[in-house]
Every structure is written in C-alpha cells, then in structure tokens.
Design a protein around this ligand. Structure first.
Ligand code: GUN
Ligand code: FE
Length: 445
C-alpha cells in the first residue's frame, strides 16, 4: 500500500502533433495497481503536495539529464525470427521466407529451442524500452503457450498470435485447416484464462498461406472471443501479384481480408506499402489500423511506405520493428527508419515538384507510443501519462555513461531529439510495465 512518486521533466504525446513537455512534473503511481494516480505540472513544493497523499510514498527526484517518457509500443514483431535477426538480408520477401524464415520457425516445434529464444527476445525488447509488443509466434501450440508464459514472467504487456498457415507452405511447416482452427481456439482460451496483461490475437500469416476456409474460420473465432486480428498486407509487388492470383474473386488484396471477415476496428495490418486509394478508403471504413515497418521495408527492399496517406485519412498508425524482416529489436531504430522513409518520400515528391512534410519529432514520438497503443486498442491503458492509465514508462537518462553527450544548454525538446536519434538501451535507466520495474541500465530506484 505505497506510492512511487517521480518529480522532474515528463515528456509524452497528447495527439499526433502535440508533444507535451512538462517541467517540474509530479507523477504518482499506485504500487498496488500499477496505475497513475496523479500527474501535476509546474510543482514547486513537491513534498507539500506529497504529504497530502493518504499512503506512504517513495520520492524519485529526476536529475537534469533525466526525463520520464512513455514505454514504446511495437505493433509488429516476429518473436521466433529473433534467432536470425541481423543476418540473411540478401533476398526479397517470398524468397526470404522460404530460405530463412520457414526453416527457423519450424525449429520451434522443439520446446527447448522456443524457451531459449523467447527468453532472449522478450528480455532484449524490454531492455530496449518496448513495454508493449504485438508478437507473431509460430504455428506450434506448445511453443505459443511457452511464449505467453515467458512474457508473463518477464512482465511485458503483449498481444500474442499463434500463426496460421494451411497452404502454399513447405511440407515441414504447414498445418491442416481444422487443426489450425482448433489450436487457435485452445491458444486463445489458454491465454485469456491466465487473466494477465497479455491478449491473444488471431494471426493468419498472410493470404498466401491461408485457405479461404481457414480465413473464414479465423474471422469467426476472433468475433466469438472478441479478440484482435493481425496480419500482413500489400508488402511486396511479387507477393501482391501472387496473392491476387490465388483469390481472383476478390477485387484487390485488401478486399480478400474484407471478404473473409478479417477487417474490423480490432484488426491491424503490417506494411501496407502498395495500397490504392480504394484500399486505403476500405481500411478507413473498417477503422482498421496500420503497422508501419520501415526497417523491414528497406531491408527486404519491399518499398517505401508513405504513412501520410493513412494519417491524412485519420487511419490509426503505429510503428513495428518487424523483427527479423527488420534487423533491429529496438523502437528507437523504428523511429529512425521511419524518419528516413519519410525523408525518402519527401525527396520523391521534391523530384516531382510537389510539397511534402516529413515526419517531425512530435509525430515520431506519437507513432512510437500513443499511436501504437491506438492501433492495438490499448489507448485507454497505455501510450502516455494520463491519470488512470498504467504506468508503462521509461526513465531516460542522458548522463555521460551512455551514448549521448549533453552540452548543458539543451532545451527539453532537444534532449528528446538527442535521445531518439542518438540514444540506446544504455540511455534507459529504468523500464516499468504496469508499475513493475522490468529492465534498466541502472540498479533499481
Ligand atoms: N509476410 C508473411 N510472413 C511474413 C514475415 O514473416 N515477415 C514479413 N516481413 N512479411 C511476411
Ligand atoms: Fe512481419
């Protein structure tokens, strides 16, 4: 029955264009619930304010080099692919899947392989400040349960999907339609029965590896259990051609998912690099979100996604590392890659003598935190520091131990920018999820 109180600079997103920088901020966390109970600005006499509280508190005074920042939300990552992250980046999507991804994922039939890899990847993501992550696992029910157990133990907020694939897959990594649906149902019930901060998510890999019967069945399962749906959409030109040839009765790639009951307000689609205006309108109509995976789009030379097309239509957008299509298990990298993708789009517009605004600092912070929370439908739980939300937070420390040098005359906004572009896991003194410290480069506060 105690409180943790943080006093100092607090930075968070209010909306796409509003970055709120609070000086002399006081944020109080209820240690029983892990929720934020107070958030005050411009507090002069912090002890006087704290003495009004009804319970004992521990006060953490942030140094001038430190600030509180919301935990990152990664809207798309493949946990098993971490085993080869940073290698095998010579191929494009379909060849890359057959050469590197499917052999690696099939090895997760072994619980020993899964246990070791899942411990490493979830620990690494937490160390890098990813307090919420939407994971793809593999087709194996046991290994999927193991991923949920591992995440629970390490304390991350997560969406976890058992991957479904019943066609156009190698014979060593494929499942019969009925088994795929039954295992998915069992996985959803297993995960929901734990009553943790982990949510099961229906996860058809993509239309190529899912029969019409499987996709219809998964749409029904998601509806029955009221769970979200994640998949890949319009990532690569060859993928799009092959997909459309498999489902000629649907108007376009996005319509394939719509026609199978997989588009809705709880659905979110990774990549969306090549979308017609009609397809974007379809996402808007269904209130379906987009996970922007810029590192992956460069690394698999899929293409450059112009996220303004989605933002301009009010579509929910968050960032995804897409490990290991993206090589970096870090949302700081996702921010930087998104920045570069946005600059590439600007240069293409400039060549056509058109105006374009690249993503600015406020937008990048939003996409990496509150925007991702919106994509996952978790905006009432996480993404920024609003009273009542969970304390999912990073204590950023730009002291000289880490990769950032401060000159001492930086504005708070410049400190945030230095963190985004030059920071690393060493800049994260503490990482909290639901008030629980789960990682950090310093000893516990
Ligand atoms: N499309 C289908 N599967 C995958 C995958 O594992 N990674 C990426 N980037 N795209 C996919
Ligand atoms: Fe992916």
């Amino acid at each position: 029955m105690t409180y943790n109180a943080f006093y100092g600079t607090i930075v968070h997103s209010i909306s796409l264009n509003q970055l709120d920088i609070v000086c002399n901020g006081l944020l109080v966390v209820d240690n029983d619930t892990g929720s934020i109970v107070t958030m005050e600005r411009e507090v002069e006499d912090v002890v006087k304010v704290l003495e009004r509280l009804d319970r004992p508190y521990k006060l953490h005074r942030l140094t001038p080099q430190q600030f509180l920042f919301p935990g990152f939300v990664d809207t798309h990552a493949h946990a098993p692919q971490y085993v080869f992250a940073g290698s095998g980046m010579d191929l494009q999507l379909l060849e890359w899947l057959n050469t590197y991804v499917f052999p690696a994922e099939s090895s997760f039939k072994s619980p020993a392989v899964a246990k070791d890899a899942y411990n490493k990847v979830v620990s690494r993501f937490l160390r890098n400040g990813t307090t919420t992550c939407s994971w793809f696992a593999t087709i194996h029910l046991d290994a999927c349960k193991l991923l949920v157990d591992t995440i629970e133990q390490l304390g991350q907020r997560a969406y976890v999907g058992k991957v479904n694939m019943d066609q156009n897959s190698p014979d060593y990594y494929i499942e019969p339609t009925e088994a795929s649906l039954n295992d998915t149902r069992e996985f959803i019930e297993y995960t929901q029965s734990k009553k943790t901060i982990i949510t099961p998510v229906v996860t058809p890999r993509f239309a190529i590896t899912c029969s019409s019967a499987l996709m219809h069945g998964l749409g029904k399962l998601a509806q029955e259990h009221d769970v979200p749906i994640q998949t890949h959409l319009c990532e690569n030109p060859n993928e799009i051609d092959f997909t459309c040839s498999l489902f000629p009765e649907s108007k376009d790639y996005t319509s394939i998912y719509a026609d199978h009951g997989l588009l809705g307000e709880k659905s979110y689609m990774a990549h969306c690099v090549y979308m017609t205006d009609d397809e974007i309108d379809m996402l808007a109509k269904h209130n379906t979100g987009v996970s922007h995976c810029a590192n992956s789009n460069f690394s698999l030379h899929s293409g450059v996604c112009d996220v303004r097309r989605f933002l301009n239509k009010g579509i929910k957008v968050g960032l995804g590392t897409d490990v290991a299509g993206g090589f970096a298990p870090s949302m700081l990298d996702a921010v930087r890659s998104s920045f570069f993708a946005s600059k590439c789009t600007l240069m293409a517009h400039r060549d056509r003598k058109q105006d374009y605004e690249h993503l600015g600092t406020a937008e990048l912070v939003y996409l990496a935190t509150l925007g991702g929370a919106r994509v996952l439908g978790l905006h009432d739980t996480t993404g920024n520091f609003v009273v009542g939300k969970a304390f999912d937070a990073l204590v950023v420390d730009l002291d000289s131990q880490g990769p950032v040098d401060l000159m001492g005359n930086e504005t708070p906004l410049q400190m945030v920018e230095k963190f985004l572009f030059n920071g690393s896991d060493q800049s994260l003194a503490h990482v909290f999820v639901q008030g629980r410290r789960v990682a950090g480069s310093m000893s516990s506060p």
